[in-house]
Ligand binder design. Structure first.
Ligand code: PMP
Length: 361
């Protein structure tokens, strides 16, 4: 059986080399006589896996020593609450950019714990852009500024790290983490769910500057307390061991591929050729996003004639190209092309789109 090109926004494709390695190690991890899922999280075998995963992530992202790396449960969505709980530190207000559906979710959760100042919003523009800097209303007294680097549903991303002065900067990097190098030292906190560029769903990663943790709001659940998690090496309770093991294999795969600089080149090339195919289709396909802010990871497009949507999806499936339907809230199509989507998968999609357009002009 051959594998499909799966354009899902997450859970998404994993690198084939990683799946093969996991398969080889499935019945007996390194002579332990066990699958990783069966190991005690406090045993030396699993601790070596967890320590290696953290060391490799630190190397791949060049994470400075004064940052803690936490491997947590509850997805990125739990962090929507944990961030205000840990980072308000006596303040009453936080700044949020509103650039799409995931920003909105982060904002509505934060409102349970503090006043939210919307720095800028692209909602009036249908979330097809990032608001121009001249419109930002940053509050210098905010506890932190939060933004969603890449809006997975709309396919919109910030083209640079926003300059917010001295206020701690927090980023939801769920759908763009590890796709290119990023200067971690510019951030107070980086977080993301694993199911796009890291590994299996169920794991979230938090990278937080160590001087910012330890002062939580009253009532913060122990599991949401970054200091407790950091002091316990993310093992206050039983961690998602198998997800962490697969994430570790993904980090090794990235290192073997030449790290994030090389990954960025491949990702940029993949995105550019797919957008070019859309833009050169004489309106058969359209992408509504301001080209400056087009996502490298989630390429959205609509067919000029929406009556053809069902045929497009059915024929794509027959060609081995699956999960191209856009998010239920926006419709149209979405091709998520994370790190593990091979360039050949993007090439196959482009060829299919061109053939489909030629047959249905
Ligand atoms: N933020 C972004 C940008 C996302 O794309 C997603 C998931 N699609 C989330 C947050 C929520 O992640 P999770 O399902 O892991 O809670």
């Amino acid at each position: 059986m051959s594998r499909l090109y799966n354009f899902s926004a997450g859970p998404a494709m994993l690198p084939e080399a990683v799946l093969q390695r996991a398969q080889q190690e499935f019945m007996d991890w390194h002579g332990s006589g066990m699958n990783v899922m069966e190991m005690s999280h406090r045993g030396k075998e699993f601790l070596s896996i967890a320590n290696q995963a953290e060391a490799d992530l630190r190397e791949v992202m060049a994470i400075p020593d004064n940052y803690k790396v936490l491997f947590l449960q509850g997805g990125a969505s739990s962090q929507f609450a944990a961030i205000p709980m840990n980072l308000l530190r006596g303040k009453k207000t936080a700044d949020y950019f509103n650039t799409g559906q995931w920003s909105k979710k982060a904002i509505s959760e934060a409102k349970r714990y503090c006043d939210v100042n919307i720095v800028a919003s692209s909602e009036d523009d249908g979330f097809n852009s990032v608001p121009d800097k001249s419109t930002w209303t940053l509050n210098p007294d905010a506890a932190y500024v939060h933004y969603t680097a890449n809006e997975t549903i709309g396919g919109v991303e910030f083209d640079d790290i926003p300059d917010v002065g001295d206020v701690p900067l927090v980023v939801d990097l769920s759908s763009t983490i590890l796709s290119r190098p990023i200067d971690v030292s510019k951030f107070a906190l980086i977080y993301g769910g694993a199911q796009k560029n890291i590994g299996p769903a169920g794991l979230a990663i938090v990278i937080v500057r160590d001087d910012l943790i330890g002062d939580t709001i009253e009532g913060t659940p122990t599991m949401f307390n970054y200091k407790v998690q950091a002091d316990n090496d993310s093992m206050y309770n039983t961690p998602p061991t198998y997800a962490l093991y697969i994430a570790g294999l993904v980090f090794q795969w990235l290192k073997e591929l030449g790290g994030l600089t090389n990954m960025a080149k491949i990702n940029q090339r993949k995105a550019e050729k797919l957008y070019a195919a859309i833009d050169h289709s004489d309106g058969f396909y359209t992408n509504p996003v301001n080209p400056k802010y087009r996502s490298w990871m989630n390429v959205t497009f609509t067919l000029g004639n929406a009556d053809l949507d069902a045929d497009f999806l059915a024929q794509a499936k027959q060609a081995g190209l699956v999960t191209l339907k856009g998010h239920r809230s926006v419709g149209g199509m979405r091709a998520s092309i994370y790190n593990a989507m091979p360039e050949e998968g993007v090439d196959a999609l482009i060829t299919f789109m061109q053939d489909f357009a030629a047959k249905n002009q």
